[in-house]
Design a protein around this ligand. Sequence first.
Ligand code: BES
Ligand code: MN
Ligand code: ZN
Length: 507
Amino acid sequence: MTTYTLRKGSPATTRTDVVVVGVARDAKGGLVVCPGGEDVASAYGRKFAPLLASMGFTARSGEVLRIPAGEAVKAATLVLVGLGERDRLSLQEVRRGAGVAARNVANAATVAVALPAGDAAHVGAVANGFMSGGYEYSGYKSGEAASAPTEVILLSEVARRQDAAAAMTRARVLAELTDHVRDWVNTPANDFTPSRFADAVEELTTSRKDAGVTLEVLGVRELEELGCGGILGVGLGSANPPRMARLSWRHEAPVASVALVGKGVTYDSGGLTIKPGGSMATMKNDMAGAAAVVAAIHAIATLNLPVAVEAFAPMAENMISGSAMRPGDVIRTHGGKTVEITNTDAEGRLLLADALGMAAETRPDVILEISTLTGPCVVALGDRVAGLFGDDGPVTRMRDAAETAGELVWHLPIPERIEEQVRTESRLADVLQHNWVRWGSASYAAAFLRQFVGDVPFAHLDVAGPAWNNGAAWGDVPRGATGFGVRTLVEYVAALARPAGEDLAQS
Ligand code: BES
Ligand code: MN
Ligand code: ZN
C-alpha cells in the first residue's frame, strides 16, 4: 500500500529516494524545467540544461531520464519526465507525465513528485496520473509482484487549499475504482464468468458499504420473469448462465437522476457467427463497459455527489453449443420489442436492449451507456479514442466531461436513414439486429441501441478501442485493461451537480 500526501515544500530539500521533475522545450528548442521543479533546476545552476542535453534527453512527451542526483539536491535519484512543448503544456500532458513517472520509480520507497500542480485541477491530474500510471496486473504471475513505493509526496504551492485536498481525494477514489475495473477486465474469462463477475460486484459493494450503494443480482429465473430475451439469448450457448447486476445510489437531495448502462459480455467468441482466432484472443475485455458503470456508481456514492444513480450491468458469455442462439432467430426484449438476429457476434446490442429498456423505465434525466460494442468504431477512430453517439445535450456534456477527465472521445453521428433501416428492414420482427453492410456499422449499432431508450435523453460511448491497450503502457495508461470511461462518467455526473458556471475541473 502506498500512502499519498499533498504538501507544500521544495523538491530540492525534500528527503526522498526519488524526486520527479517535469522538463519541457521552449520556443527555441531549449530545455526548461516545468513549474514545481524550479528549485531543482536552480540547485544545478547553469549546468542543468546542458547536463540533460548531454544525456540525449529531448523532453519529448513520454520520455524519461533517471540520474543520480549528486550533491545538488537532497533526494538520491532525479527522475526527469518530458512534457513536450512548454507553450502547449496542457493539463492532460501533466497527467500523462505523472503516469510515466510512476512507472519509472522502481525500487524507490519514497518519492517526491514536483510536477506542475499550481491549482486544484493540476493537483488532481498529477495525483490521479501517478496513481493510475503505476498499475500493473500480476494476478497470475508466480513470484513477487513489483514493489510500489510506500510513500509518495505530491508537492504543490496550493497544498493547503481545500479545493486541492478535495481534488486529491477525488483522484484517489477514481484511481482505486479504476483499478478494480482493470483487475476485472484483465482476469481471464475462465475465472470471470457472469456469476463470478456478479460475485466480484457484490464483494466490492460489501467492502465499500459505507458509501451506501445497494445491489441486486438477477439470475436466470428473474431475467425470464422480466422478459429479458436479449440477455438470455446471448447466454444460451454458454454453460455459464447470465446475470444482471442492478446498483442504486441516491443522495439525500439529488439535483438530477442518471442511469448508467454497461455491456458485460464476459467472453465474446462471436457465437455461431464465430470470430476468427486472432480477434478472439482479447475478448475477455468485452465486459469493460459493465465494469466501468459499477466503478462509476461507487465513485459517485463515495464522493457523495448530489444525484440519484441507477446502474445496470447485464452479464452473459457469448459461446457456441447445441443450445446457442442462431442467425435467423427472433428474440423478444424486456420492453416487448422483437429483434431478428442476423449475426450472433453483434451480441452486445441484444443484452443492452434489455438493460436500456429497464433503465428507461426508471425515467431518469439521462441514460449514459458504455460498451465495447464494435470493431468498426476502432477502424474509424483508432484504439485510443472512444466513439460518442446520442442526443445533443448528453453528447455535449459527455465531450466536456471527457476533456476534463483526460480521456479521448469523438462524436459520431446516428443518421436518420440508418435508424430507419433498423426499424424497417426486418421482415420478421420489429427491428433488425444487423444488416451486414460494412460501412457505418458503429452508427448502425448506436441507432439500434437508441430504439430501446424511448424518449429519455441518451449518450452511448463505444469503447471497443480504448478499453484495452494492446501495446506498451503510455502516459497514465497501462497495458491490457485501461479502465477507460470511469473518470468521464464520474466527471459527467459531477458537472451536473455543479452550479452552472462554476468550473472546478479537478480530476
Ligand atoms: N465485442 C465485439 C466488439 C469489439 C471488437 C470489442 C474489437 C473490442 C475489440 C462485438 O461484440 C462485435 O463482435 N462486434 C462486431 C460488430 C459488427 C457485427 C458490426 C465486430 O466487431 O465485428
Ligand atoms: Mn461480438
Ligand atoms: Zn462483443
